[in-house]
Design a protein around this ligand. Structure first.
Ligand SMILES: Nc1ncnc2c1ncn2[C@@H]1O[C@H](COP(=O)(O)OP(=O)(O)O)[C@@H](O)[C@H]1O
Ligand SMILES: [Mg+2]
Length: 357
């Protein structure tokens, strides 16, 4: 790349256009930044940036994020075709310490026989906030729908506590076992209340090591009453191993809740929901199958579109939020469905040892 003095009028015009886009554009040659448009220069400290002077690959990324970006660049260059573009969401830190949630497009190209990579960085802070707000309201709406069942889960131990307290009231020397049972029931209620509070509280996104089996276990109780009432049995198939991924606990719970809720809704009465966790090829695979009414292909193509629902009181937001969360976790989802036979949602995530920061 040349200095402005060496540029043709057309090149100057292009440069002018690029300087006045909203997105930040950075051109890399190997590990060096060889050009950045005006919006991109805020990522560099003033002393660091002089046009045409080479500087080392952006230190506006955290070390582990920089490694992720380098891996993707390497992957795109090695395996991609000419026009290939990859996208990654990463927090970018500007010199005053502000963190900007960003989406980075990576596009390799060749200029005068020199291989270069274009990074286009878009500030998605507002989009991300809107997504989190949507997730939050969808979360509250599904919990609202399940509330009757949850209250039932709390009322059952309360009834048992009351019964044992009445026995103890009559008995001059109460049985120690009663106290044990009462304490267990109180713990059960406490666990439900804590789980619900943690789930419904708006939380900033926080990626940690997660064990899918225990998240699933902590989610299933929400559906017990619903399932019993509709004669639905749950079959959880695991190999007993830990299924670890890098993820946000509340968001993963939301995924399980939405998919299991849909599976229950798809079964009129009497049926089965099988959930299996499998580790294979550095991936964690979750399969959720129901014996419900299934879907024709015309519906499958609409899944995940906002407000698409076939239910009288549906929101049509569950799958949209679910797919966003899966995407956010670098996961994939596939759907198989047969009318009157049932549906299987298969989710695949990179295992923790691959995804870890
Ligand atoms: N397991 C399933 N079996 C049959 N249909 C399903 C299943 N999961 C989702 N669907 C269909 O997808 C639609 C959208 O689901 P979702 O986004 O969760 O919204 P909602 O549950 O509020 O309708 C549902 O209305 C239903 O028609
Ligand atoms: Mg739903």
């Amino acid at each position: 790349m040349n200095d402005r003095a060496g540029l043709t009028d057309t090149a100057c015009a292009y440069r002018e256009i690029l300087d006045h886009t909203n997105d930040a554009i950075i051109i890399l040659q190997g590990e060096h930044t060889v050009w950045a448009n005006k919006p991109a220069r805020k990522y560099f400290a003033a002393t660091e940036w002089t046009e045409a002077k080479e500087i080392f690959l952006p230190h506006f990324l955290k070390k582990q994020d920089l490694m992720k970006l380098q891996n993707i660049i390497h992957h795109v260059i090695s395996y991609g075709q000419k026009e290939s573009v990859a996208t990654i969401r990463l927090p970018v830190i500007i010199p005053d310490g502000t963190v900007i949630q960003s989406e980075i497009h990576i596009h390799p190209f060749t200029f005068h026989h020199t291989p270069l990579v274009q990074l286009t960085i878009r500030d998605i802070g507002d989009i991300k906030n809107a997504e989190l707000n949507l997730m939050q309201s969808e979360k509250l709406s599904v919990i609202g729908e399940l509330s009757a069942g949850i209250l039932h889960e709390i009322r059952n131990p309360l009834t048992s506590i009351k019964g044992f307290l009445q026995l103890m009231q009559k008995d001059p020397v109460p049985d120690k076992n009663y106290i044990e049972i009462i304490l267990n029931e109180v713990n059960h209620i406490e666990n439900i209340a804590t789980g619900l509070l943690n789930f419904t509280k708006p939380q900033p996104e926080h990626f940690v090591k997660l064990e899918l089996g225990s998240i699933l276990k902590n989610t299933l109780f929400l559906f017990e009453t619903h399932a019993v009432r509709k004669h639905i049995s749950f079959d959880v198939i695991g190999d007993g191993d830990a299924h670890l991924i890098l993820g946000d606990k509340t968001q993963m719970k939301q995924v399980f809740i939405n998919l299991i809720k849909n599976a229950i809704d798809a079964i009129d009465d009497d049926g089965k929901i099988s959930i299996s966790l499998i580790s294979a090829d550095s991936r964690e695979i979750i399969k959720i199958s129901d014996s419900g009414k299934g879907m024709p292909s015309t519906i499958i193509t609409k899944l995940g579109k906002s407000f698409f629902t076939t239910k009288v009181s549906g929101t049509g937001l569950g799958l949209m939020v679910t797919f966003k969360i899966i995407n956010n976790h670098n996961g994939k989802v596939s759907i198989e469905s047969k009318e009157n036979r049932g549906t299987t949602f298969t989710l695949t995530f990179p295992c923790y040892s691959v995804a870890r920061p």
